[in-house]
Write a protein that binds this ligand. Structure first.
Ligand code: 13P
Ligand code: SF4
Length: 311
C-alpha cells in the first residue's frame, strides 16, 4: 500500500511538472479512475480532449480514444500507457477494407457514419463520427436523401435504426466483450434480482437489449441510475463501470451483468493500463500517439462535425 501511495503521489507530481491532464475512460481500473482529472465515456472524453490547455494528454483508455485526442490536438503530446491497448471492434473494420468496399460501391454514394471505436484511417474515410452517447442525434442529422453506411458496430447500428427509424447499411463488426452477455445469463441474474432494472450498453446483442429497461452509453448509465427510484441495478457492460457507479452513487447497489462463463465481463484491452505504466508514460513522454498528417487532417473533419452536431 505504501508503494501504491508513493506511486500516486509521483504521478500527480509528474502531472504538474509536465502540465499534463489525465483522462480516463469509465472502464479503467479503479486506481486510475480515482486519480484522473476526468473520467467519462467516449463523448465526454472527446470534449475534454478538444478543450484542454494542457501540454500533455495522458489518455487512460484504448488506442482509438487516444488517437481521437491526438487528432484534435496535433501539437500536443498524447501518451497512452500501453500502446497494445487496442479494441476488437476497431479491428473488425480495417481502413483498407473499408476503402475497398467504398470503391467497389461508388455508385451508392454512401454517407459514412463511423462509431468512434475505429482507427484514424477509418475516421479519415468517414463523413461524421458518433459515440454511443450521441449516435441517435447524429444519424438524425444526416441529410435524408443520403444512403448511410454505419461502421463498425452492427449491434449499435441496429439499435440506432430502431430508435431513429432510419435505414442504414451495417458493417458486420462487434465488441468481443459485449457480445459475451447472453439472454440466458441475463435472465438468470434477473431471477435473483427481480426488482433491479437492467441497464445495457448498445453494443450488446439484440437478444440482450430486449431484456433491458434502459439502453445507453456508459455516462448516461450514471444519470439513469441516479434518477431512477430503484435501489439496485443490473449493469450490462464492462466491469470498470461498476466502480464509477459505486463511487458516484454510493447509496445504491450495482450488480454486474454476468456472461455464461463469468460473473462479470472485463475488456482485456482497457485493463492493460496500470498505474505503473501511467507513471512511466508521464516520465518518458511515451508511448506517444503519432498519426501521419494527411490522415490526421482528414480524420479531424468528421470529428469536428460530430462535436458541432452534438453540442
Ligand atoms: P462509451 O462511449 O459508452 O463509454 O463506450 C465506449 C466503449 O468502448 C464501449 O465498449
Ligand atoms: Fe473495444 Fe469492446 Fe473493449 Fe470497448 S469494451 S474498448 S468496444 S473491445
Amino acid at each position: 500500500p505504501t508503494l501504491g501511495l508513493d506511486l500516486v503521489e509521483e504521478i500527480l507530481e509528474l502531472k504538474r511538472t509536465r502540465n499534463a491532464v489525465i483522462l480516463a475512460h469509465n472502464y479503467q481500473v479503479k486506481e486510475i479512475q480515482d486519480l484522473a482529472d476526468f473520467v467519462g465515456d467516449s463523448l465526454g472524453l472527446s470534449y475534454q480532449a478538444a478543450r484542454t490547455d494542457a501540454d500533455v494528454i495522458a489518455f487512460c483508455g484504448v488506442h482509438f480514444m487516444a488517437e481521437t485526442a491526438k487528432i484534435v490536438n496535433p501539437t500536443k503530446n498524447v501518451v497512452l500507457p500501453d500502446l497494445e491497448a487496442g479494441c476488437s471492434l476497431s479491428e473488425s473494420c480495417p481502413a483498407d477494407k473499408l476503402a475497398a468496399y467504398l470503391e467497389a460501391n461508388r455508385d451508392k454514394h454512401y454517407y459514412v457514419v463511423a462509431y468512434i471505436n475505429c482507427s484514424a484511417g477509418v475516421k479519415a474515410l468517414s463523413d461524421v463520427i458518433c459515440t454511443s452517447g450521441n449516435a441517435v442525434k447524429i444519424v438524425q442529422r444526416v441529410p435524408a436523401d443520403r444512403h448511410i453506411l454505419f461502421v463498425p458496430d452492427q449491434n449499435l447500428g441496429a439499435w440506432v435504426m430502431e430508435k431513429t427509424g432510419r435505414k442504414m447499411e451495417l458493417w458486420k463488426g462487434n465488441c468481443y466483450v459485449h457480445v459475451e452477455f447472453t439472454r440466458s445469463a441475463i435472465e438468470r441474474i434477473k431471477t435473483e434480482w427481480p426488482d433491479a432494472p437492467v441497464v445495457a450498453h448498445p453494443e450488446c446483442t439484440y437478444a440482450v437489449r430486449l431484456l433491458a429497461d434502459e439502453v445507453c452509453s456508459t455516462e448516461k448509465m450514471i444519470t439513469y441510475c441516479k434518477e431512477s427510484p430503484a435501489e439496485a441495478f443490473i449493469i450490462v457492460t464492462e466491469s470498470g463501470m461498476l466502480h464509477r457507479l459505486r463511487r458516484e452513487i454510493p447509496g445504491k447497489t450495482f450488480i454486474p451483468g454476468p456472461t455464461d462463463q463469468c460473473a462479470c465481463a472485463d475488456c482485456r484491452f482497457m485493463k492493460m493500463n496500470t498505474l505503473e505504466k501511467l507513471h512511466a508514460a508521464l516520465l518518458n513522454l511515451e508511448p506517444e500517439i503519432v498519426i501521419p498528417e494527411p490522415i490526421r487532417a482528414r480524420a479531424e473533419q468528421p470529428i469536428r462535425r460530430m462535436l458541432e452536431w452534438s453540442a
